[in-house]
Ligand binder design. Structure first.
Ligand code: PGA
Length: 241
């Protein structure tokens, strides 16, 4: 299976001119790379500009349409050519009050509309210090995937203390966490889920990227800050193929 490298631009950049430039620069950096599945997740407003690289959204609403001011439906994302959507990112959980229940509905809405959810889970620094990581992951995974019949989900382990801090998770620890997540998936949903791709995210850069794929066994990466620098993003992709 090809490694899946997802660029999460978050709420950047601030103009379509910059977004187009970044997109073109990334396209140049990755044009000869065939051995990775590369997906760009820009803010909603920049989604229509992109054509040549696979794209995803950073969030989705749980209904197909109607009176939900400010929201974006899975049908709209599909219409714009999205294949993926990030669901349950820790910033959505923290700043927008997204619960496991809401995330579960969003995952279902994405799947029903043929979008692959990139379902994010991970513990805070405090939870880690209190040795509650496994308990948190169990709650998030079981809650987020509750009642699902199909497993066209990509999971992303993103320890919150590692996001945007430069303090990436050690490869050895990440490998252990990957094993724990796999066990939780199998224990909850049976062996059939063992093919669910598990990605790592949290301060990924061109120096640490390869370790997560080649040593820790992750099937891909979710890259935030470093995906806003086309050259660095290109190096990350090159290092894992
Ligand atoms: P980061 O963000 O790479 O900037 O740490 C990752 C993410 O939030 O998905």
């Amino acid at each position: 299976m090809k490694p899946i490298i997802i660029a999460n631009w978050k709420m950047n950049p601030q103009s379509s001119k910059e977004a187009n430039k970044l997109f073109e620069d990334i396209e140049k950096e990755i044009k000869d790379i065939k051995k990775a599945e590369i997906v760009i997740c820009p803010p909603f407003v920049f989604l229509p500009s992109f054509t040549n690289i696979k794209k995803g959204a950073q969030d989705v609403f749980l209904e197909k349409g109607g009176a939900f001011t400010g929201e974006v439906s899975p049908l709209m994302l599909k219409d714009l050519g999205c294949e993926y959507v990030i669901v349950g990112h820790s910033e959505r959980r923290k700043y927008f009050g997204e619960t496991d229940e809401i995330i579960n509905k969003k995952i279902k809405a994405a799947l029903e509309n043929n979008l692959t959810p990139i379902f994010c889970v991970g513990e805070t620094k405090k939870e880690k210090e209190e040795n509650r990581t496994e308990e948190v992951l169990k709650r998030e995974i079981k809650g987020g995937l509750k009642g699902l019949g199909s497993f066209e989900v990509t999971l992303a382990y993103e320890p919150i203390w590692a996001i945007g801090t430069g303090n990436a998770c050690e490869v050895k620890t990440a490998a252990k966490m990957r094993g724990i997540i796999k066990d939780i998936l199998e224990e909850s949903f049976g062996k059939g889920v063992s093919k669910t791709p598990i990605l790592y995210g949290g301060s990924v850069n061109s120096k640490n990227a390869a370790g997560y794929i080649k040593e820790a066994g992750f099937q891909g990466l979710l890259v935030g800050g470093a995906s806003l620098d086309a050259k660095e993003f290109g190096k990350i992709v090159e290092s894992v193929v």
